[in-house]
Design a protein around this ligand. Structure first.
Ligand SMILES: NC(=O)c1ccc[n+]([C@@H]2O[C@H](COP(=O)([O-])OP(=O)(O)OC[C@H]3O[C@@H](n4cnc5c(N)ncnc54)[C@H](OP(=O)(O)O)[C@@H]3O)[C@@H](O)[C@H]2O)c1
Length: 229
């Protein structure tokens, strides 16, 4: 049996636990140190996994290709963005489909209207109809495609599903030194809580000059491995 793909989640939060700020989603929170980490993890990923809510709200586009350098004159193409959506309610004219080098993957089910699936295929997406969108099914499909290093960029609904299924191997949590207040949610949301709570251990941390804290957590039952970003 193939080993299941490894999931690294990257999320950014205010000190009071908000995942969005200033009407700009997570971008309203992100700092230069967070963006640098984000880019380096994307470069190392086999696939970027994201919920449809985030892809829609943050106008996702494809991962940028690397520039050729003397050391790497022919860099590998960027990883695909794989969007999880039960509805397939994604705009075929969105940047996700029009501003990308690598074809995006749309992970959906037969419950999504066929007309929407067809429109996304016509826009260049690799539309995959799965029996369900449970974490085990999503990961089995990514593994079947040889996409073993999964960078999950949220959002809270997708991450909550993965946490409830105890499927998160690593968490890169950026704490930004701001207080947001208001109704903003936290990094993982959903009806089912992880029982018992998943223990994580701090594998590394960096404090940027602006007070941003980059925290790197691994599952507590896992031995250390080289950092991937
Ligand atoms: N602070 C951060 O690090 C961070 C990171 C990412 C996002 N965000 C913010 O979070 C907000 C979006 O939150 P969200 O919870 O709506 O995000 P989300 O998890 O990206 O999207 C939820 C949607 O994704 C689909 N989906 C996700 N998991 C699914 C599953 N297991 N089964 C079936 N469908 C699934 C569904 O799409 P359909 O409705 O199409 O069926 C669902 O409505 C945005 O404002 C974004 O800016 C913050």
């Amino acid at each position: 049996m193939q080993p299941r793909p490894r999931i690294t989640a990257i999320m950014v939060s205010s000190l009071d636990g908000a995942v969005v700020a200033g009407g700009a989603g997570s971008r309203g929170l992100s700092t230069p140190a967070d963006r640098t980490l984000f880019r380096s993890l994307r470069r190392a990923a086999g696939v970027v996994l994201v919920g449809a809510g985030t892809a829609r709200d943050e106008d996702y586009r494809g991962v940028r290709p690397r520039r050729p350098t003397a050391d790497d004159p022919a860099p590998a193409p960027p990883p695909p963005v794989a969007v999880v959506t039960g509805s397939a309610a994604l705009d075929p004219a969105a940047s996700l489909f029009t501003d990308t080098v690598t074809a995006p993957i749309v992970l959906t089910t037969a419950g999504a209207p066929g007309v929407r699936r067809d429109a996304l295929r016509a826009a260049g997406a690799d539309v995959v109809v799965l029996p369900d969108l449970a974490p085990a099914t999503l990961l089995a499909e990514l593994g079947r495609r040889g996409l073993h290093d999964v960078l999950c960029e949220g959002g809270p609904t997708l991450l909550g599903t993965l946490v409830a299924a105890d499927a998160v191997d690593e968490l890169r949590l950026t704490l930004v030194p701001v207080l947001v207040g208001g109704p903003a949610g936290r990094i993982a949301a959903g009806p089912a809580a992880a029982v018992p709570p998943r223990g994580m251990r701090l594998a590394g941390h960096t404090a940027a000059d602006d007070g941003t804290l980059l925290l790197h957590y691994l599952r507590s039952d896992e031995s250390p491995r080289p950092p991937n970003g």
